[in-house]
Design a protein around this ligand. Structure first.
Ligand SMILES: C[S@@+](CC[C@H](N)C(=O)[O-])C[C@H]1O[C@@H](n2cnc3c(N)ncnc32)[C@H](O)[C@@H]1O
Length: 221
């Protein structure tokens, strides 16, 4: 894979520290539990974890819903290796696919997913990729399917200051639009309906927002 992306912790050499850093800096157990409850994975569903990183959330999805088909998508071959090892150690049958958000429908198929979930990914993406990624994942969803995002969203007050820790690792250009609150509008502009933002969580690296949106259901004949 030759095109560039921001690695999990901003720099490839830091990827081995990703899991402990997220545990230390993001109130990880709280936001992952909240996101898992929001997604409410169920047996028989196909669920894509977009930008799955080291696979922590994909494994949690599979553990919560045995019989769900969980697919982790990420462009980083090194991080996918870590994710595969984590899923194998947990005995969870997660499928991992190497690719970018914008290629989700091309790689996985149109209308295949009941749910797409993404955690801590969109703040790292360039604006064009945020848009293309949302559009491709709208296509990957079944009509009536749901998108769930947990990510750094609109930052105000002290949260804006703390978010500079993330910006120092992931760069200013891609992260600032999230801090300015762009995500809900981008989700709507991509064609999702019923875009909802749930209560955000304050962390020591900024405020993590929770979004839910849907692909429009099929039109009755
Ligand atoms: C901060 S990590 C989050 C990992 C994981 N979702 C989690 O909750 O721990 C961001 C991930 O997004 C991936 N990523 C970067 N650019 C991407 C893109 N264009 N499409 C999909 N994933 C991307 C990175 O490789 C990295 O694994």
């Amino acid at each position: 894979m030759t095109e560039s992306f921001t690695p999990a912790l901003g720099h490839a050499w830091l990827s081995g520290f990703y899991d402990p850093a997220i545990a230390l800096l993001t109130r990880e157990r709280v936001w992952r539990a909240r996101l898992l409850d929001q997604v409410a994975p169920a047996t028989g569903e196909t669920i894509v974890d977009l930008g799955c990183g080291t696979g922590s959330f994909a494994v949690s999805l599979a553990q919560r819903a045995p019989g769900a088909r969980v697919i982790g998508l990420d462009p980083d071959g090194d991080i996918l290796g870590r994710a595969k090892a984590k899923a194998a150690a947990a005995g969870q049958p997660v499928r991992f696919v190497q690719g970018f958000a914008r290629d989700a429908a091309a790689l996985l198929g149109d209308g295949v997913a009941d749910k797409v979930v993404s955690s801590l990914v969109f703040h790292q993406l360039p604006m064009a990729e945020k848009r293309l990624g949302l559009a491709a994942n709208l296509r990957a969803l079944k009509p009536g399917g749901a998108l769930h995002i947990a990510d750094y969203g609109h930052q105000t007050g002290v949260m804006r200051t703390l978010f500079r820790i993330v910006q120092s690792l992931d760069g200013y250009e891609n992260t600032q639009p999230n801090a300015d609150g762009v995500l809900p509008d981008l989700i709507s502009e991509a064609g999702f309906i019923n875009v909802a933002e749930n209560t955000a969580l304050a962390t020591m690296t900024g405020s993590i927002a929770f979004f839910r949106a849907e692909r429009a259901p099929p039109v009755a004949a």
